[in-house]
Ligand binder design. Structure first.
Ligand code: AMP
Length: 543
C-alpha cells in the first residue's frame, strides 16, 4: 500500500519561492566587484532568477545543459544558480583558483554552453577562448557602464542581457532526481572529477545543514558564507540560508582579514563559514587591531583540519562558538560537524578542546564506517585508524562521464580519508590515506602533528610530510612558516611538541620555508611539498 501524501518533488527552485513568500524582505547584501555594497532581498532575487531562467531559455538553453559560473559570491551569482536550475539546466561552478589548464579541461569535460562570470576573470577567459569551443556565450556580471573592452565573441553585460526578459515566466517542473548542479573535485590527488548534484540531494542536504547541530541557521540569523559558491557546492549555504529565511551577506572578491572584519561588524553577521586560512587572516588582523566580534555567534570551519589554537582563540578570546566541519565535494559537501552531544556537554578546558578539535559526528542522511585494508569494519573505539567510507542520499554514486564503480558492496563511498571514530560517533580525521606517514609499519598522523605545531605562538603555518628513511621507511619532517618578523630554532619547536605526542611520532627534523603550497581550495598541497623535499636527507638518515 502506498502512502496517501501529495507528490511534491524536492526541487531547488521551491527554496527561493519559499524565501520570497515567507522572508521576501530579508536582505541579501553583497560587496560588488565594482566596489560599492549592494543590497537586495529574497523577493527580488526570485524575480531576477525567473528572468535569468526566461532569458537562458530564449538563448536555447534546455534541460540538462550545463551553464558554467566563474564568479565570486554575489547576489548575481546566487540568482543565476536559481535561474539556471529552474529550467532544469545545471549550474557548473568553476573554481578560478585552479590551474588554467585544469579550468580548460573541466569546461570541455562538462561541455558548458554558456559561462557567467565576473569582470575579474575576463583576461583569463580571453586567454583560453580558443580552447573552450563549447562556450557559445559569455555573460559578464556587470551593466554596460562597467563592461570592459573584450575580444570574447558574444560577450554581453549581464544586466543588459537580463533586461531583455520581463520575468513573466514559470519554473519548469521535472523529476526531483534531475541534475541541478555540478562541481569538480579540486584534484588534490589525481585529476578533477565531476560531481553532479540532483535537486533532491541539494534540498535534502540543505535541510540537513539547517539542523542546530550542523550549520544551524534560523530566520533571525545573518549568515555570511565566506566559502565561495565554487568550493564544494558553497557548503550548502546558497540553499540553506533562503530555506531558513536567514539574511545573507556575500563578500565578493575581498577575503582578507580586514575586509571580512568590516562586513562582520557593519552587518552584524551572526554565523559565518570558511576554511582555516581565511580565519587565520582574520585572527591575525584582530590581534593587531584589538577588534572584537560582539555579534558573531558561530563560525563554521572546515575544508581542512581546524587547528586547536584557532578553536580556543575564537571561543575563549572572542566568545564565538566554533563548529568544526568535515566534508567533501562528493558529499554535497557536509559529512560531520562537531557539536556537543549530551555525553560531552559538561566538558571544560582542555578536555572540551580535545573534543571540539575532532571533525564531529554525522547527521541523519550520512552513514559512516571505518574499515581496514581488507574492507572489514573496525571498532568505534576512538583509537583504531581506518579508511573512512560514507553513504547517504547526498553522497555521490558515480562521477560525470565515468563508468568506474566508486561504491563498495554495501554502497559506501571511500572518502580517501583515514580516521578514528569514538564510541559516541565522533570522527577524528588523522590523514588523507595518501598522506599518512608509515614509520616502521605503524602510522603517524600528519594532521595531528600539524595541529600541535601551529599552537606555537611563533608559527603561522605548519605541514608534516613523510621523508624517506633507510631504517623506518618514512619519518616525519615538520615544515614551518613563521609569523612575520619571528625567529625560532628547530630545537625550540620540537621541545614544544615534547610530552604532547608519543616519542616515536616526534619529527626527525624541522625545515623553515617562506611559503607552503596550497590547492585551489586552500588545502596544503602535500604532493608538491613531497616533491620539494624529495631528496631531503634527514639527520637521522645521514649517518
Ligand atoms: P573538497 O572536496 O575540496 O572539499 O576536499 C575534501 C577533503 O578535504 C576531505 O576528503 C578531507 O581530506 C579534507 N577535509 C575537509 N574538511 C576537513 C577537516 N575538517 N579536517 C580534515 N580534513 C578535512
Amino acid at each position: 500500500m502506498l502512502g496517501l501524501m501529495q507528490d511534491w518533488p524536492l526541487l531547488c527552485h521551491r527554496i527561493i519561492d519559499h524565501a520570497a513568500t515567507n522572508a521576501g524582505d530579508q536582505p541579501v547584501i553583497s560587496r560588488s566587484i565594482e566596489g560599492p555594497m549592494h543590497t537586495t532581498n529574497y523577493a527580488e532575487i526570485r524575480r531576477r532568477a525567473l528572468r535569468v531562467a526566461q532569458r537562458l531559455e530564449r538563448d536555447g538553453v534546455r534541460l540538462g545543459d550545463r551553464v558554467a559560473t566563474l564568479a565570486w559570491n554575489s547576489w548575481r551569482h546566487l540568482e543565476s544558480w536559481y535561474g539556471i536550475l529552474g529550467i532544469g539546466a545545471i549550474y557548473h561552478t568553476v573554481n578560478p583558483r585552479l590551474f588554467t589548464d585544469q579550468i580548460v579541461w573541466i569546461i570541455n569535460h562538462a561541455e558548458d554552453r554558456v559561462i557567467m562570470t565576473d569582470v575579474t576573470f575576463l583576461p583569463l577567459l580571453e586567454k583560453i577562448a580558443d580552447q573552450i569551443p563549447t562556450i557559445e556565450r559569455t555573460i559578464v556580471y556587470c551593466d554596460s557602464a562597467h563592461m570592459p573592452q573584450t575580444s570574447l565573441r558574444n560577450a554581453v553585460p549581464y544586466e543588459d542581457w537580463l533586461a531583455e526578459a520581463d520575468g513573466d515566466f514559470a519554473w519548469k517542473s521535472f523529476d526531483e532526481n534531475t541534475a541541478a548542479g555540478m562541481c569538480y573535485t579540486s584534484g588534490t590527488t589525481g585529476g578533477p572529477k565531476g560531481v553532479v548534484y540532483s535537486h533532491r540531494s541539494n534540498v535534502l542536504h540543505a535541510m540537513t545543514a539547517l539542523r542546530p547541530d550542523m550549520i544551524g541557521l534560523s530566520g533571525r540569523d545573518i549568515a555570511m558564507p565566506v566559502v565561495p559558491l565554487f568550493h564544494a557546492n558553497g557548503w550548502a549555504i546558497g540553499f540553506a540560508a533562503p530555506m531558513a529565511g536567514a539574511a545573507l551577506v556575500l563578500p565578493g572578491q575581498k577575503l582578507d582579514g580586514p575586509s571580512i572584519y568590516q562586513l562582520l561588524t557593519d552587518y552584524k553577521v551572526t554565523c559565518t563559514a570558511a576554511v582555516p586560512t581565511v580565519w587565520l587572516g582574520l585572527l591575525q588582523d584582530l590581534e593587531k587591531t584589538g577588534g572584537k566580534l560582539p555579534n558573531l555567534r558561530r563560525v563554521v570551519i572546515g575544508g581542512s583540519a581546524c587547528p586547536r589554537a584557532m578553536i580556543s582563540t575564537f571561543q575563549n578570546v572572542y566568545g564565538v562558538e566554533v563548529t568544526h566541519a568535515w566534508g567533501m565535494t562528493e558529499m554535497s559537501p557536509l559529512g560531520t560537524t562537531c557539536s556537543l552531544k549530551a555525553e560531552y556537554a559538561a566538558l571544560k578546558g582542555d578536555a572540551l578542546l580535545d573534543v571540539l578539535q575532532k571533525q564531529g559526528h554525522s547527521p541523519f542522511c550520512v552513514e559512516m564506517k571505518i574499515t581496514d585494508d581488507q574492507g572489514r569494519r573496525i571498532p568505534w573505539d576512538g583509537k583504531t585508524f581506518g579508511r573512512l567510507k560514507v553513504r547517504g542520499p547526498a553522497v555521490a554514486k558515480a562521477y560525470f562521464k565515468d563508468d568506474s564503480n566508486i561504491l563498495d558492496e554495501e554502497g559506501f563511498f571511500d572518502t580517501g580519508d583515514v580516521g578514528t571514530i569514538d564510541r559516541y560517533g565522533y570522527l577524528n580525521i588523522t590523514d588523507r590515506s595518501k598522506d599518512v606517514i608509515k614509520s616502521g609499519g605503524e602510522w603517524i598522523s600528519s594532521i595531528e602533528l600539524e595541529n600541535l605545531a601551529v599552537g606555537h605562538p611563533k608559527v603561522a603555518e605548519a605541514a608534516v610530510i613523510g621523508v624517506r628513511h633507510p631504517k623506518w621507511d618514512e619519518r616525519p619532517l615538520l615544515v614551518i612558516v613563521l609569523k612575520p618578523g619571528e625567529k625560532a630554532s628547530k630545537e625550540e619547536l620540537l621541545a614544544f611538541l615534547e610530552g604532547k605526542i608519543a616519542k616515536w611520532w616526534m619529527p626527525d627534523d624541522v625545515a623553515f620555508v617562506k611559503e607552503i603550497p596550497h590547492t585551489a581550495t586552500g588545502k596544503i598541497l602535500k604532493t608538491a611539498l613531497r616533491a620539494q623535499f624529495k631528496d631531503y636527507v634527514l639527520p637521522s638518515a645521514a649517518a
